[in-house]
Design a protein around this ligand. Structure first.
Ligand SMILES: Cc1cc2nc3c(=O)[nH]c(=O)nc-3n(C[C@H](O)[C@H](O)[C@H](O)COP(=O)(O)O)c2cc1C
Length: 382
């Protein structure tokens, strides 16, 4: 295996993508303080192994919201993944399904929920950005349900578009808030990455296939402007209540970091919470989700599943999050770097590396079940 560690895939991903596209994937917000802190949090934690427990054949299966998966992790929603590699959404959905863990399709995906659910089957989750026009939200929910999706993630932590400074510096077209035209710089960067440019051209350019049907009905706005108009700052508690009433399946709220928000959400019938700082992309002073986990757990009790993401890039990180009390974890960029670097093979490669690493770390710790990880002692340094 040429890339046995997923973090090693960041460099080839950077090489294969034009700088403005790599910045889209990689950038945090502000000075990337939280982006860096997300990593440091995991690296600053050690786990005390226990020995003399014989041979450990770890069972990685984990249950969440009434479903049992073959692994305690899944793929986080990433908007416009197909700009990184054409068909990234179906590549990852198929890999997730094949390896027995969930894939979450973003509202602003490059592909439609219909195509992705066909590839991901019962392992497909759907992430909702509540739209200004509520009919669009309800139609998205209907479509997800018609495709057999059971688990919905409603994202709460994008109250406004954030400044992704490295995208600006790289000259990325910024949609409805910035210069949406393709500048000579973007064209030049694309020309210097002909592999990427040809793949995009063959696909007919990046598309927002999930949202496209609604844009067509709303006049002649470019789709990025239409999406910019529909999202951000739309979600409030009343709207969440409407979504809860409209969604018959399980529902999680993503981006929650505060105990009172958590209690209110659970009181409204939200089944689980994703503790996240959006990979450091929204507030450059947001706490690490694991730092907030004890307070949220104390607020909602033991029966509400708490999922964690932000900064997880290896099997060891996954285990650390579970030891800290997460019930399940999501990874965003780690899967995307793999697809950016390895194309169609990226999904299965990332899955194989992560499964092997989790198994190995559990054996080193002397723990054979995911539930048993709760008893591992954590030490922090730095
Ligand atoms: C390029 C990119 C696009 C994202 N798009 C979405 C999105 O459409 N919906 C959403 O809820 N979160 C989105 N996120 C946040 C991820 O779901 C996840 O919270 C974050 O990537 C976790 O951090 P990690 O990348 O360090 O694993 C995006 C993140 C990245 C990096």
């Amino acid at each position: 295996m040429k890339y046995p560690r997923l973090r090693d895939l960041e460099a080839p991903a950077r090489r294969r993508l034009p700088p403005f596209v790599f910045a889209y994937l990689d950038s945090g917000t502000g000075h990337d303080v939280v982006r860096a802190a997300n990593r440091a949090y995991y690296d600053g934690m050690t786990l005390t192994p226990r020995f003399l427990r014989g041979r450990i054949d770890a069972d990685l299966s984990a249950s969440i919201l009434g479903q049992t998966y073959d692994a305690p992790f899944g793929v986080a929603p990433i908007g416009l993944s197909s700009m990184i590699w054409p068909g990234a959404e179906t590549i990852l959905a198929a890999a997730a399904s094949r390896n027995g863990f969930p894939y979450t399709l973003s509202t602003v995906a490059g592909d439609s929920i219909e195509n992705v659910a066909a590839a991901g089957g019962a392992h497909t989750w759907f992430q909702l950005y509540a739209t200004k026009d509520k009919d669009i939200t309800f139609d998205l929910l209907r479509r997800a349900r018609d495709c057999g999706v059971e688990t919905l993630i409603v994202t709460a932590d994008v109250p406004a578009p954030s400044r992704r400074e490295r995208m600006r510096i790289a000259g990325a077209p910024l949609g409805s808030r910035g210069n949406s035209s393709f500048s000579p710089r973007v064209i030049w960067q694309s020309a210097l990455h002909p592999g990427w440019a040809l793949r995009m051209a063959a696909m007919g350019g990046p598309k927002f296939r999930n949202m496209a049907p609604y844009a067509d009905r709303h006049g002649n706005l470019p789709i990025t402007s239409f999406i910019g108009q529909q999202l951000n700052g739309t979600l409030d508690w009343d709207y969440l209540q409407d979504i809860r009433a409209a969604w018959p399946g399980k529902m999680m709220l993503k981006g929650i970091l505060d105990g009172q928000d958590a209690v209110r959400a659970v009181g409204m019938g939200v089944d689980g919470l994703v503790l996240s700082n959006h990979g450091g992309r929204q507030l450059d002073a947001a706490p690490h989700p694991l730092e907030r986990l004890p307070a949220v757990r104390a607020a909602v009790g033991d029966n509400v599943p708490l999922v964690v993401d932000s900064g997880i890039q290896s099997g060891l990180d996954i285990v650390k999050a579970l030891v800290c009390g997460a019930d399940f974890v999501l990874l965003g960029r780690a899967f995307m770097y793999a697809v950016a670097a390895l194309g169609r093979d990226g999904g299965n490669h990332a899955a194989a590396v992560l499964l092997e690493e989790v198994r190995d770390v559990m054996a080193q710790l002397g723990v054979s079940t995911i539930a048993g990880l709760r008893d591992v002692e954590i030490n922090r340094h730095g």
